[in-house]
Design a protein around this ligand. Structure first.
Ligand SMILES: Cc1cc2nc3c(=O)[nH]c(=O)nc-3n(C[C@H](O)[C@H](O)[C@H](O)COP(=O)(O)OP(=O)(O)OC[C@H]3O[C@@H](n4cnc5c(N)ncnc54)[C@H](O)[C@@H]3O)c2cc1C
Length: 417
């Protein structure tokens, strides 16, 4: 006999929400107003986080986020979701660890499941020199209160299930950060956008900024595909397109843009419960909750704005994966894509006001700005609201490229991340 109450797939999918709650848009569709106190260009994680913190920390809500595509459609929705704070220099360690601390409680703060998973992050040492350098780096990180642990080869094998016992690049040890892990990338953008909107911010999609108006050295507004919008202050958080946008205001940034690719395999049962990075092969891997393996590798070797993959990197990523985990050799890739990363000379970001008064920059995240979204948002919102650089963002100044006070984190993991 059939049960009286038939199985209701919808109520399962809606997860306890009523039909009306379930279908409620996450943010209001807003048309642009004539002007705002603050206009933020770029609806990636950094843009929407900045909008949220402007409202939440500083009570500034006459704010618009202008996004040429859709929220999270840039690098924020294209990355490999690794969050960690094992950076070498004290300034970056403080900044990224603050960000990780925000991630640890973000689902609660924003009332949105960002699927943060502190599954730990391993960086493998493949020769004795890397092992010695890694041991020193780990000690330096611990001095900066980052939970970095150096482990000898035996411990690495005890902790990483299925790691190849005889890889082409032998394993001599590994640096482990237990608090590191992954978070669902687009959920981070959606959560911040929803929270910012709930506090009064206008989230305006399909609105491309095509011009920036500057009068007497001060920013006045932007030209967009949906008309002219005036602003008291302007923030550019457009990742791979920072140089193009800054140029609209006559500013040349010390940034070059490269494509970075990611690859996803077909799903398999849970078999990898941590993030593994292998600098020697250039590949890194984690497993999603759905079972797919997510792989990343290095930047393309030439500058480009093409958001698509190519076969040479796919081959290298596959080689790296199979060297680490030969048992994955039969998996098929399902998807491959790229995002455009804006790389500074020292691989550290820029969070600063530009020479155009009132025009602020949040850029230069290169291959690692997803983990920085909460801290980037807090710092940029603080600077916009108070006119004072947030103490955590002092290292991310534009002036360092003239003074030479670079914070060279290019070797933060020896790998894109
Ligand atoms: C393949 C890949 C893997 C990565 N893996 C990691 C990782 O594991 N961990 C990590 O920490 N980081 C990682 N990153 C880096 C990270 O994704 C970025 O640094 C971060 O997402 C940057 O966020 P954002 O908000 O600054 O930029 P974006 O998310 O790119 O947002 C910028 C937005 O600006 C919009 N925009 C551009 N021009 C205009 C315009 N003229 N008008 C209006 N809007 C405009 C774009 O459409 C875009 O939505 C990875 C990046 C890639 C590409």
């Amino acid at each position: 006999m059939r049960p009286k109450t038939p199985f209701n797939a919808w109520s399962l999918i809606r997860g306890g929400l009523s039909r009306q709650q379930f279908w409620q848009p996450q943010w209001r569709k807003a048309g642009p107003k004539g002007s705002y106190d603050v206009v933020i260009v770029g609806g990636g994680g950094h843009g929407v986080a900045t909008a949220y913190y402007l409202a939440e920390h500083h009570g500034i809500t006459n704010v618009a986020v202008l996004e040429k595509g859709w929220i999270g459609g840039g690098n924020t929705g294209r990355n490999t979701t690794v969050v960690r704070s094992n950076y070498f220099y004290p300034e970056s360690a403080a900044f990224y660890d603050f960000s990780l601390q925000q991630y640890e409680q973000l689902s609660r703060e924003l009332e949105y499941n960002i699927m943060f998973s502190a599954r730990g992050n391993w960086i493998l040492a493949h020769d004795p020199h890397q092992r010695d350098r890694m041991r020193h780096s780990g000690a330096a990180m611990r001095l900066n209160a980052v939970d970095a642990e150096f482990h000898e080869r035996e411990a690495v094998y005890e902790n990483i299930p299925g790691l190849n016992p005889a890889p082409r690049h032998p394993v001599f040890g590994g640096l482990f950060q237990p608090r590191a892990g992954t978070a669902r990338h687009d959920a981070v953008a959606w959560a911040y956008a929803r929270a910012a909107n709930a506090r009064g911010v206008d989230i305006i999609e399909q609105c491309e900024v095509t011009g920036i108006s500057v009068e007497g050295g001060r920013v006045r507004g932007v030209e967009t595909s949906r008309g002219t919008i005036g602003c008291g202050k302007l923030a550019l958080a457009v990742a791979g397109h920072s140089t193009e946008l800054a140029r609209l205001a006559g500013i040349d940034l010390p940034i070059r843009s490269f494509a970075l690719q990611a690859f996803v395999t077909e799903p398999v049962k849970p078999c990898l419960d941590t993030v593994v990075m292998s600098p020697a092969t250039g590949a890194y891997v984690s497993q999603t909750d759905k079972g797919e393996l997510v792989l990343g590798a290095g930047l393309d070797l030439y500058v480009s704005y093409a958001q698509r993959g190519n076969l040479p990197w796919m081959e290298r990523a596959a080689q790296g994966l199979v060297d680490m985990f030969p048992q994955f050799s039969r998996l098929r890739f399902l998807r491959q894509w790229a995002g455009i990363c804006d790389v500074t000379p020292d691989s550290s970001p820029i969070i600063d006001e530009s020479e155009v008064v009132g025009m602020h920059l949040n850029c230069g995240w290169g291959t690692g700005g997803f983990k920085a979204i909460p801290a980037g948002g807090v710092c940029l919102a603080h600077h916009l609201a108070t006119g004072i650089v947030h103490p955590l963002a002092r290292f991310a100044s534009l002036a360092r490229f003239a003074s030479g006070h670079l914070v060279d984190e290019a070797g933060a993991a020896g790998i894109a991340h």
